[in-house]
Design a protein around this ligand. Structure first.
Ligand code: SAM
Length: 283
């Protein structure tokens, strides 16, 4: 089969399996099989595939047809321009979380001295590593309750050579972090899906992201409730929290924070103009 025929057949197969953007997925997989930039495929439509290339492409398209995320098959995900290894041990980083990263590094770079930031539920380490790279004076505490996730995050920090500035801490919520740590910032994208909704998510998420990274309790707000009540004890006087929230959770999260004496300073909207990041400081 030629490159063009392979793309067409793969895209048809992925369409039947309900994959979003089937042609793009087919092209990205084939580009990786052939070790070419995707756009080069368009100059090589008539190139015949070698048997080994066809076999690998077939295997990968089959996996994608079973709704395994593209990032798991390719072994990595781009976040803020940096490459992160991801697999079934961690959440695949999402584009809206890049907005949180950007707000956080801008804030850290505006602080005097060596600010300390805690990444609550670090997963792949996408936030912790990006902040260490983009805010070179900061120190990072990256916590997660999943030892598997911490292993992935540590690996990503090593690849980006910032492991010396990040402490990886196995912690259920903040129990393993010294109270009164005087953090300048707690940043986090905690699990925020209501338990009942998890089974209704797309297969890529429901079957391949860890449940621990998704399930935010009965109403999805368990971690916000905890952070609103407790996070102040770990912050410096002028410290802030910057939290990603689920679509439609802004009123509930704002209320939780304000009831516990926080001032909501800003809400940042995602690419669909939906509020997805809440920035708050203590009264
Ligand atoms: C939605 S994922 C976010 C991962 C990563 N920060 C990102 O934005 O891609 C939430 C993370 O919180 C972690 N987590 C869940 N419950 C936790 C708990 N009780 N204490 C600490 N971390 C927890 C999960 O293991 C998961 O890695």
């Amino acid at each position: 089969m030629t490159v063009l025929e392979t793309i067409q057949r793969s895209a048809e197969f992925l369409t039947r399996k309900g994959v979003e953007s089937p042609r793009l997925n087919a092209e990205l997989l084939l580009a990786r099989v052939l070790s070419l930039p995707r756009m080069r495929l368009y100059l090589e439509f008539e190139r015949p595939l070698a048997a080994a290339e066809t076999d690998l492409m077939r295997e990968w398209v089959k996996r994608r047809g079973l709704r395994e995320p593209l990032q798991h098959i390719l072994g990595g995900s781009n976040f803020c321009g940096f490459e992160f290894r991801v697999d079934s041990r961690v959440l695949v980083p999402r584009p809206e979380t890049e907005l949180l990263a950007e707000a956080a590094w801008q804030y850290l770079n505006s602080r005097e001295g060596e600010p300390v930031v805690l990444d609550y539920g670090t997963g792949s380490g996408c936030l912790a590593v990006t902040l260490a790279l983009k805010a070179p004076k900061c120190r990072v505490l990256a916590i997660d309750v999943s030892p598997d996730a911490l292993e992935v995050a540590r690996g990503n920090a090593q690849v980006h050579k910032v492991d010396g500035r990040i402490s990886f801490i196995l912690s259920d919520r903040l129990v393993a972090v010294t109270p009164g740590a005087k953090l300048d910032l707690i940043v986090g994208n905690p699990p925020y899906i209501a338990t009942e909704e998890v089974s209704r998510l797309e297969p890529e998420v429901r079957l391949f992201d860890p449940l621990l990274a998704l399930n935010g309790g009965i109403d999805g707000l368990d971690h916000y409730r905890f952070l609103a009540a407790e996070a102040g004890g770990w912050l410096s006087e002028s410290g802030k929290v910057m939290l990603e929230i689920g679509d439609g959770q802004e009123i509930a999260v704002r209320e939780l924070l304000e009831k516990q004496n926080w001032i909501v300073e800003a809400e940042i909207k995602d690419y669909n103009q939906r509020p997805r990041i809440i920035v708050a400081c203590q009264r």
